[in-house]
Design a protein. Structure first.
Length: 407
């Protein structure tokens, strides 16, 4: 069955709000065996919304609309659907009573405009919204399903999970579409594409590649009559891809390098410290995004200036001998972090983020130093991008190399 998502709201077209609802729903539909063919965004204009709904009605079996269910004049989703289906909106008195009780509970006078949200058409079944005042609609007509949900993500996701997903699961039986994302680092998108090219033309499972800041992601998608069959198809293809990409494949789905590092450090009973110059503490920030990181991360030193480096008793003579941006300096920074914070492993980061070259080295040059107490290692990388992108890629590269060492 063909599915379509319609996001409603002028604020989306103006870029004031990012459409996270469509991304969330797009990840949910494959679990139902629904093929998502279209995503549309339309502003708060009734005629344009009717036109968009009519086009969806002509080409899709399941239509999911989010937004435009509020109490204000520019919330016109109900009116547009009523016009599309040539039905009349009436006020549901039971819903009005529920609204009044809700506002009374919070000791707020209910604005008369909220009564608008109690509007319903004959074809619509009301879907409750425990996190707001905007109920959704479930409409079945002409062998199609039309669903409306509120725009606020918190309300939408709750309604989807608790009300609509179970309802759709009862209707959509016989096909499961399952996806898994394999994450890689250290190879260009073109290289990955060439290495896995035999699988890119396959129809089941399919394979697609995506360039991300933390590497190249490969999405494997399988379609089957049962979940176990889809999982088996994905597992087989994943194994084939891993055999080709070797240790460049570092995680799947929601895995992050920082969480993997945390798991490895905890399992080995090791602690970590960092010293950064041009990344300004970004590595330490990323590491501490993981809950429980205080168990293994001793802290980070930000040596952004000569004064800071002197305060940390860093051997500044290394600069005159090797330069501030060099493998030797990166290794020495790692050792300083390890010694000063009494950690098992130290990581040092230095490089050039711009706007000009440093010591004859171009923008995007980075050096990573790692001292694990047994030996010191350095890694040189060169990344394109703006200042923030270079910093982010440097941190990812440092975590990736640290993962290799820990493994």
């Amino acid at each position: 069955m063909k599915a379509e998502i319609i996001s409603i709201g002028t604020e989306l077209l103006l870029g004031e709000i990012t459409d996270t609802n469509s991304a969330y729903l797009a990840s949910q539909l494959p679990l139902l065996g629904l093929d998502l063919h279209y995503i549309s965004t339309v502003g708060d204009n009734q005629q344009r919304l009717v036109d968009t709904l009519r086009q969806a009605w002509q080409r899709s079996d399941v239509i999911i609309a989010t937004g435009g269910l509020g109490p204000t004049q520019d919330d016109i989703t109900r009116e547009a659907i009523a016009e599309l289906l040539d039905e009349e909106i009436t006020i549901d008195s039971d819903l009005v009573k529920k609204f009044e009780e809700l506002f009374k509970h919070y000791k707020i006078d209910m604005p008369r405009s909220n009564i608008k949200q109690a509007g319903v058409i004959p074809s619509a079944q009301i879907i409750s919204n425990p996190r707001g005042t905007a109920p959704g609609w479930w409409i079945e007509r002409d062998n199609r399903i039309l669903i409306t949900m509120p725009g606020p993500p918190r309300e939408m996701q709750s309604m989807w999970t608790n009300e609509l997903l179970p309802k759709l699961q009862q209707r959509m039986q016989g096909t499961v579409i399952l996806s898994k994302t394999l994450k890689t680092f250290g190879l260009t998108e073109a290289t990955v594409d060439e290495l896995v090219s035999p699988f890119l033309s396959a129809t089941n499972p399919t394979l697609a590649t995506y360039a991300k800041l933390d590497g190249i992601h490969l999405r494997i998608t399988a379609k089957a009559s049962a979940m176990s069959e889809a999982q088996e198809l994905i597992a087989q293809r994943e194994g084939e891809i891993r055999a080709i990409l070797d240790d460049h494949a570092w995680g799947v789905d929601s895995d992050s390098l920082e969480s993997i590092i945390g798991t490895l450090l905890t399992a080995k009973g090791l602690t970590l410290a960092s010293m950064e110059s041009y990344t300004g503490g970004l590595l330490a920030n990323i590491i501490t995004n993981v809950p429980g990181s205080s168990d293994y991360f001793r802290g980070g030193l930000i040596a952004y200036t000569d004064e800071a480096r002197a305060a940390f008793e860093f051997d500044v003579q290394l600069f005159s001998q090797y330069g501030a941006v060099s493998p030797e300096t990166a290794e020495a920074m790692a050792t300083t972090a390890r010694d000063k914070l009494a950690a098992d492993i130290g990581v040092g980061l230095t490089g050039v983020t711009g706007p000009t070259e440093v010591e004859g080295k171009p923008i995007g040059t980075i050096f990573i130093g790692i001292d694990d107490g047994q030996r010191k290692q350095s890694f040189a990388r060169d990344y394109p991008g703006n200042r923030l992108q270079v910093k982010q890629r440097a941190v990812t590269s440092a975590l990736f190399e640290l993962r290799r060492i820990l493994l």
